[in-house]
Ligand binder design. Sequence first.
Ligand code: NAP
Length: 291
Amino acid sequence: MSHVAFIGLGRMGQGMAGRYLDAGFSVALWNRSKAKAEDLIARGARFAASPADAAQGADAIVTMVADDAASTAVWLGADGAATTATPGAIAIECSTVSYQHALDLAQALRQRGLVAIDCPVTGLPDTAASGKLTLLVGAEPADLERSRPFLAPLGDTIRHFGPIGAGTVYKLINNLMGAIQIAGLAEGLAIADQAGLDMKLVLESIQQGVAASPQVIRHSRRMVARDFSGATFTAALRHKDAAYAVQLAETLLPDVPVARATVEAYGKAKAYAPDDDEGRIIEVVSRPVRR
Ligand code: NAP
């Protein structure tokens, strides 16, 4: 039986780790807060004492944590997974990290004899739990082939963008474009509201109009209703992704004014409600002008 170490059991990681159990893998788990692992432990996973403990003897190690700092800690920290991983094991970083971090991490893991790929994902937590994520891969072709048995439980669509870091490049572009759409939607709705338009009609018009994307449609309903229950993606994570995207963009283009403005907008949303739904950005822009 193949053995997987899964590290990071937030909204996404819980469902992803569960997919390995469903697929019959033996699974060792680690998360900073153990409470999030209880259901998975009840389903047969072993909770490890540390990422290093989880990685011991694993054929593949998969991580899904918040950001560069968390990724560094769980892989390269004093009790990080890389300290015990068996040479030849497959290291799959699914977290959305910065491009530079994706490169540096892969180099450090390769120096320890691991096969490293970056594999950020698109899809919401329910998509993660049902194994239908889209996997955005950066890897040498042979490394991707070796990784496939460990990617299959997570998603049925694998997009191989190129060598290490390439999956992360596309993921950051994707999430930057998403951030721009959501911030723009919040401003459009706030203007409509302040102008006294019928918001039911505005909502209907957005949903049937040319400016809509699946993401705009989803957030427009929640923003108009001011219903942010069941948060799937937080303001802090959206800000992080947009900031990483701008860091990358600034190495490639002379200026990215829209992207920079979006980072600023999400900086305010993060200061307002960091761990709540990203759609609450509308509450930040909805404060009326005093006349
Ligand atoms: P989340 O629910 O906020 O969970 C974050 C995870 O990171 C938790 O397991 C948390 O541990 C861990 N973590 C944070 N800081 C840490 C540190 N310093 N050391 C060790 N662990 C740390 O986030 P999520 O929504 O699952 O997202 C996880 C990753 O997937 C992020 O990179 C995100 O950008 C990306 N992503 C999210 C979605 C989505 O729809 N939510 C979709 C695609 C990609 P604790 O539980 O102990 O706090």
